[in-house]
Design a protein around this ligand. Structure first.
Ligand SMILES: *Cc1c(COP(=O)(O)O)cnc(C)c1O
Length: 367
């Protein structure tokens, strides 16, 4: 029996990538805003429906650079229910993360709890569109405007997500994407910052290249977060196929949902009306008392059948030693996130996963 992991990268046709490699060989430009890099940025803007975007070597450096570009300092309000990179990007900028609990429907930052966490040192809010479900963006904007805060969305899960015809990336001062191999859309490693103006894009472009504005001018201490031509070419190629990948993911998600509808103690997330989803993960939430088995026992049971789910996000970021000493990290401050972390299990979902395999996974969960 072949092991099935929570995700498996989708590889575009090798012969098409080989042709692109031949172009790189003949042009002899390997990195530094080369032709594939430029085309990739243009095509991403077109696909995503945004105007200003800068690609990065990965999503974490994009997060760190976004904070630098906006000169964020002091304290930033964020969620504990995310991948560690969200909070690490604050730590690397010497910013204190302030954890606020999530809401119980989509497990995104709870807008009702943000104001109580604002102090004179707060400069920004960093929410995450968890599992690609849009945050309460209007509420967050209202709070940010009232208190004069910046908003930086970690949109690593939200590639291609649109609500009422608008990209979620249109919200906030900046949004960050990740194109890591395990995401819906990939450039092997990679990421991007979506920002609001050409001037800001230029500043970000300087920051990701050591701060160089031209041959002899260094505007400030930048970093090296440039995307190379190999990643850009891979991303360009993936972009031609990504709608097909998302359609397959949707089919798998719908098969899981209909199979789990009448299983007591297993909760799935439904599509939101008006939202075009990307289906990066298929999380289920296990109520041990109703289901008759804990989340961890189900996780182990699937493992025995060579099905490797992942507990995204367990442990919470606030439970890691770097952050657990912060007063906002106390479990009693984060009851909804704590419960979600105990109950969540992400089931395998990737374009090549067959519906037969999904049926097999469903029958293990039901048995
Ligand atoms: C994947 C991910 C990141 C990090 O992106 P990399 O490209 O792997 O550096 C950050 N935040 C979230 C929510 C992610 O899922």
């Amino acid at each position: 029996m072949n092991p099935v992991y929570v995700t498996q990268p989708a590889l575009p046709p090798l012969d098409e990538y080989t042709q692109m490699l031949e172009q790189i060989w003949s042009q002899k430009i390997l990195t530094n805003n080369g032709p594939f890099h430029q085309e990739f940025e243009q095509e991403l803007c077109r696909y995503l429906g945004v105007e200003h975007l800068s690609v990065f070597s990965n999503g974490t450096l994009a997060l760190m650079t976004a904070l630098q570009a906006l000169r964020i300092v002091g304290e930033v309000i964020t969620t504990p229910f995310s991948f560690v990179a969200t909070t690490h990007s604050l730590w690397w900028n010497n910013i204190k993360p302030v954890f606020v609990d999530v809401e119980p429907e989509y497990f995104n930052l709870d807008p009702d709890r943000i104001e109580a966490a604002i102090t004179p040192r707060t400069t920004a809010i960093m929410p995450v569109h968890v599992y690609g479900n849009p945050c309460y963006m209007e509420r967050i904007r209202e709070i940010a405007d009232t208190y004069g805060l910046k908003v930086i969305y970690d949109a690593a899960h939200a590639f291609g997500v649109r609500r009422n015809g608008h990209s979620v990336l249109e919200y906030g001062d900046m949004s960050i994407l990740s194109f890591h191999a395990t995401k819906v859309f990939s450039s092997i490693e990679g990421g991007a910052i979506v920002c609001r103006s050409e001037v800001m894009k230029k500043r970000i472009d300087h920051l990701k290249n050591f701060g160089f504005a031209n041959e002899t001018t260094v505007i400030e201490p930048g970093i090296n977060a440039k995307m190379n031509e190999f990643q850009a070419a891979f991303g360009l190629l993936q972009l031609r196929y990504v709608d097909g990948y998302i359609a397959r993911r949707k089919e798998i998600a719908e098969t899981y949902r209909s199979g789990l509808r009448d299983v007591a103690g297993i909760r799935c997330m439904e599509d939101i009306p008006g939202v075009r989803h990307g289906y990066p993960y298929f999380p289920v939430f296990v109520d041990a008392a109703q289901y008759g088995m804990s989340r961890d026992d189900l996780y182990e049971k699937l493992k025995q059948h060579q099905i490797f789910g992942r507990r995204y996000f367990y442990p919470l970021i606030s439970q890691f030693p770097t952050y657990s000493g912060l007063s906002s990290a106390r479990p009693e401050n984060l009851p909804v996130a704590e419960q979600a972390a105990r109950q969540v299990l992400c089931l395998p979902i990737f374009p090549e996963l067959s519906l037969e395999k999904v049926a097999e996974i469903l029958s293990i969960i039901k048995s």
